[in-house]
Design a protein around this ligand. Structure first.
Ligand code: 4AD
Ligand code: MG
Length: 432
């Protein structure tokens, strides 16, 4: 199968003969001259077939082509400024490899439910291909960012014995004779142990939350990247976040222009994503929200609508910091200046995308952490190892988690996270 060229390599082969393998998107014909729009994952190609220049059998094959037929096409690579990639193919030979009858997804409009039922086929469409390529770029940018800064990748377990975030959204499974295991909601607790070994670490993997909500920001399985840094306070943490988010957005702008154009993304708001991001305390944020007509009682977490409202008044991402203790997870460090609050931050993306990052300085005091574990009614015995980190050389440390699908949705400008992952998992969706 090495006898063919990928579409993306064709510009180098102008004047030569090439064979392509791919799928037919559309065809049209004047009777004398025919056009095939071909895709192979690497790009899009217009192939032109002239009835007078091929034997009848080849022209007949052309006439049998339907949407998503797989084919091998050979011909001459010609420069053509109007074509995608600046080249087209003059067809000499055409072979049908796999027929495709009545492909369910046609150029007409389909409902969302129908499209998600056919997600395995819908992935072939131009928009979906563009989204997957932006996601791919984002993931690579994330890995490069941490690699360049000497963070060590530590893979944390998916089957866990201690609750990472909150008891409310756990997926449970029976684990042999040891009782219940939970699918990881976060890798953070394990990463804190690794930070004491390696200083700067990150994990990157799927995380699971039994979210019963059907919002456009929630999946039950989503990917999260989480760095954790020793000798880092909440301020340092926010600085790292703004550098990080600016870098990964910048990379997509640099290297995925074509895809963002395909998605009709207005890139101007993304160009503004440079440090410093705005910063506002939770308490001040409530004031601002009140002025905007939204009343949130002090102590309550911000909901999606409030995040949107708040973020809309800023021209780039905004950090909301020092939330009330009761609104956030047990491991966040109590704020010495105002013990009703914790040293944490959320990072809200603009344009209505809301929280993309949750981060905090971690409670490094043994007694206070134990107290919080008890207050939250978490099973104390499952946290012995986690408390050990405060017993043997405790250290100031901070970290954060960025949700990949929310970030992809934001960068691509798509309304819902479910399109930001190839096979989304939601409360009511397990197939395909
Ligand atoms: O704010 P969260 O819950 O933070 C943590 O899990 C921390 N342990 C991270 C850390 O400090 N190491 O989640 C972090 C991010 C959110 O900001 C959001 O982007 C994403 O994960 N997220 C979800 N994305 C899709 N669907 C869900 N159900 C999500 N829940 C969180
Ligand atoms: Mg959060």
């Amino acid at each position: 199968m090495t006898d063919h060229t990928r579409i993306s390599d064709l510009p180098k082969l102008v004047g030569q003969t090439a064979t392509l393998r791919g799928w037919v998107m559309t065809t049209r014909s004047s009777g004398k001259i025919g056009f095939i729009m071909l895709r192979d994952g690497s790009g899009y190609l217009q192939a032109v077939i002239s009835r007078g220049e091929v034997i009848d059998e080849i022209w007949e094959r052309f006439e049998q082509l339907t949407q998503e037929t797989s084919v091998a096409i050979s011909g001459e690579v010609r420069a053509d400024r109007r074509s995608p990639g600046g080249v087209e193919l003059g067809v000499r030979d055409l072979e049908i490899l796999g027929k495709s009858e009545d492909f369910p997804i046609t150029p007409k409009e389909h409902g969302t439910t129908f499209l998600f039922q056919h997600r395995h086929l819908w992935l072939r469409s131009r928009r979906q291909v563009a989204i997957m390529k932006v996601r791919h770029e984002l993931v690579q940018a994330i890995r490069d960012f941490f690699y360049q800064r000497d963070f060590i990748l530590v893979d944390t377990p998916i089957l866990t014995g201690s609750i990472g975030e909150s008891a409310g959204t756990l997926f449970e499974t029976q684990y042999f004779d040891l009782g219940k295991a939970y699918l990881a909601q976060t890798g953070q607790l394990y990463l804190e142990a690794a930070a004491a070994a390696l200083g700067r670490v990150y994990c990157f993997g799927p995380t699971f939350r039994a979210e019963k909500s059907k919002t456009r920001r929630h999946l039950t399985e989503f990917w999260m990247v989480e760095p954790e840094v020793a000798w880092f306070d909440s301020e340092d943490n926010m600085k790292l976040q703004e550098e990080f988010v600016s870098y990964i957005v910048g990379r997509c702008l640099d290297r995925r222009r074509e895809e963002l154009k395909e998605l009709e993304r207005d890139t101007a708001p993304l160009e503004r994503v440079v440090p410093p991001f705005h910063r506002i305390s939770y308490t001040d944020a409530l004031e601002r929200l009140r002025a905007l007509g939204a009343e949130v009682p002090w102590g309550k977490d911000l909901g999606g609508d409030e995040e949107t409202l708040l973020a809309n008044s800023f021209d780039r991402p905004v950090f909301v910091y020092n939330y009330p203790k009761e609104a956030k997870a047990f491991y966040m460090k109590e704020n010495p200046a105002d013990p009703r609050t914790v040293l944490n931050n959320d990072c809200l993306a603009p344009e209505g995308y809301g929280e993309i990052i949750g981060g905090s300085q971690r409670e490094d005091d043994y007694d206070r952490l134990l107290c919080r574990i008890r207050e939250e009614n978490l099973p104390e015995e499952a946290y012995g190892w986690y408390l050990d980190l405060r017993k043997y050389g405790t250290f100031v440390h901070s970290g954060f988690g960025l949700g990949i699908e929310r970030t992809v949705a934001w960068i691509c400008g798509i309304p819902h996270v479910r399109e930001a992952i190839a096979f989304p998992r939601q409360m009511h969706r397990l197939f395909p």
